[in-house]
Design a protein around this ligand. Structure first.
Ligand code: GDP
Ligand code: IMO
Ligand code: MG
Length: 427
């Protein structure tokens, strides 16, 4: 069986966690392939909201195996807290959770480096979640990082201390002192806990599962516009958030990729710094933020809000080979008389284009098409046939522009608020 992949098409927080949870019952395995505790994936069912940072979003289905792949950067402290929280809620996550021995470890000093390097950037700061993501991926590429498999080595502590020494010098380079508080003790407790779990060669596990006909869903974190190569660099995260990241982050050969679910909000948000052509600085943006409860799942920061951006979506669809789209949070737009859709960018040179220029930081004027709002509470709708005409026009317009069918329409945070549409297979 091929591996299906679910990818965020905007700047993250599209609703990936919700849809992975909805799709999970049709899979045997859910696997995370990149990112780490910078992610916050929200799931809601039976009146309870759960936010997952590092644990895959298939964890609430007792018969599904969940894998944290080699491409992930794992913070043992955050991870143990997540596991304990699940345990308190009656979920035995350890039973069906497998962690790649090749996943990189975030150690407490990575977070220190993240903080001092952001401070040094001043106004140019990236707006990082400060979870140590960038510094940990730097150590991975610099070939000095620690991996999950290392924690069973007798000299693990020595290796840890060598890395810590490097980090101390780096923090001093920024004119500050390394300050770990009591985090080291907590870290080693979390390492002890990690040792009790199923640490595996997940590339073998996944490839054998594929051979045995098991169905696998790879869960992306962040979004295509935060990709380290193709995102709005340098205001990006430090991993490959695209489909290609699932190949390197799980050990899946490109020819084994199946469906690619591209997930986007009916509008657009961004948290952290960096360009955002359709951002609304007015009351409309504030109304979207309030109606959509657009505050970060990981940091609580208010998310910047704006209209949907088709040049950006087309770009993300192209880079990921998306075969079906999932549209989230259209219910948030109920109150609006008019919905705006950005179809093109007008550049400083006067050129009008639907392609992303090299830098989105140059002045860009979005070119909008106005569509009538639907003014119906979509959250109350239970069947696709009952969707209002104005809303169906919005969907048809987006499908025509993007040339990919919308297979899922999400109309509320709960698992049940999910409408599926019949689509013709693409690709
Ligand atoms: P992720 O990082 O892509 O998993 O997304 P987040 O969990 O960070 O952010 C999505 C937010 O929107 C969460 O609070 C979800 O509960 C919520 N959400 C997801 N789908 C819908 C929807 O269709 N309508 C509404 N109103 N909220 C949704
Ligand atoms: P999920 O998986 C939204 C953003 C940060 C910052 C930039 C770099 O929940 O969609 P980092 O901590 O990676 O160094 O931050 O990327 N960012 C996210 N924004 N959702 C996320 O994850 C994000 N993960 C990182 O806000 O701008
Ligand atoms: Mg999120």
């Amino acid at each position: 069986m091929a591996v299906d992949i679910l990818i965020g098409l905007q700047w993250g927080d599209e609703g990936k966690g919700k849809i992975v949870d909805v799709l999970a019952p049709t899979y045997d395995i859910v696997a995370r392939f990149q990112g780490g505790p910078n992610a916050g994936h929200t799931l809601e069912f039976e009146g309870t909201k759960h936010v997952l940072h590092q644990i895959p979003s298939g964890i609430f289905h007792p018969n599904i195996k969940n894998i944290i792949g080699n491409g992930v950067v794992l913070d043992p402290i955050v991870f143990r807290n997540e596991m304990l929280k699940l345990q308190e809620r009656g979920v035995d996550a350890a039973r069906n959770l497998f962690i790649s021995k090749k996943a990189q470890l975030i150690i407490p000093s990575h977070r220190n480096i993240d903080r001092v390097s952001e401070e040094a950037l001043g106004k140019a700061k990236i707006g990082s979640t400060l979870k140590g993501i960038g510094p940990t991926y730097q150590d991975k590429i610099g070939r000095v990082g620690l991996r999950v498999g290392d924690i069973v080595a007798p000299d693990f502590k020595d290796r840890y201390n060598r890395l810590l020494d490097r980090h101390r010098k780096m923090v001093e380079f920024y004119g500050q002192q390394l300050d770990l508080g009591n985090e080291e003790a907590v870290f080693f407790e979390a390492i002890e806990y990690l040792r009790t779990l199923k640490l595996v060669d997940s590339e073998y596990m996944i490839n054998e599962a594929m051979k045995n006909g098991e169905r696998i869903l790879a869960e992306g974190a962040q979004g295509a516009l935060l990709d380290v190569d193709f995102g709005t660099y340098p205001f990006v995260t430090s991993s490959t958030t695209l489909v290609a990241g699932a190949c390197t982050g799980l050990g899946v050969a490109p020819r084994h990729i199946g469906e690619v679910y591209g997930i986007f909000k009916a509008y657009c948000t961004r948290v952290g710094s960096g360009p955002f052509p359709t951002e609304l600085h007015d009351q409309v943006g504030e109304n979207i933020r309030q109606a959509g409860k657009e505050f970060g799942s990981t940091t609580g920061r208010p998310r910047r809000c704006g209209w949907v951006d088709l040049p950006a979506l087309k770009y993300s669809i192209m880079l990921n080979g998306v075969t079906q789209l999932n549209m989230m949070k259209a219910d948030v737009l109920t109150e609006f008389d008019t919905i705006q859709v950005c179809t093109h960018y007008k550049l400083a040179s006067g050129e009008v284009t639907d392609q992303l220029p090299h830098s989105l930081e140059e002045p860009i004027e979005p070119v909008y098409v106005d569509l009538p709002g639907w003014k119906v509470d979509l959250n109350l709708i239970e069947s696709v046939e009952d969707l209002p005409e104005a809303f169906m026009k919005y969907i048809t317009f987006l499908e025509e522009q993007l040339q990919v069918p919308i297979s899922i329409v999400s109309v509320g945070p709960d698992r049940k608020s999910t409408l599926r549409r019949e689509i013709e297979k693409v690709g």
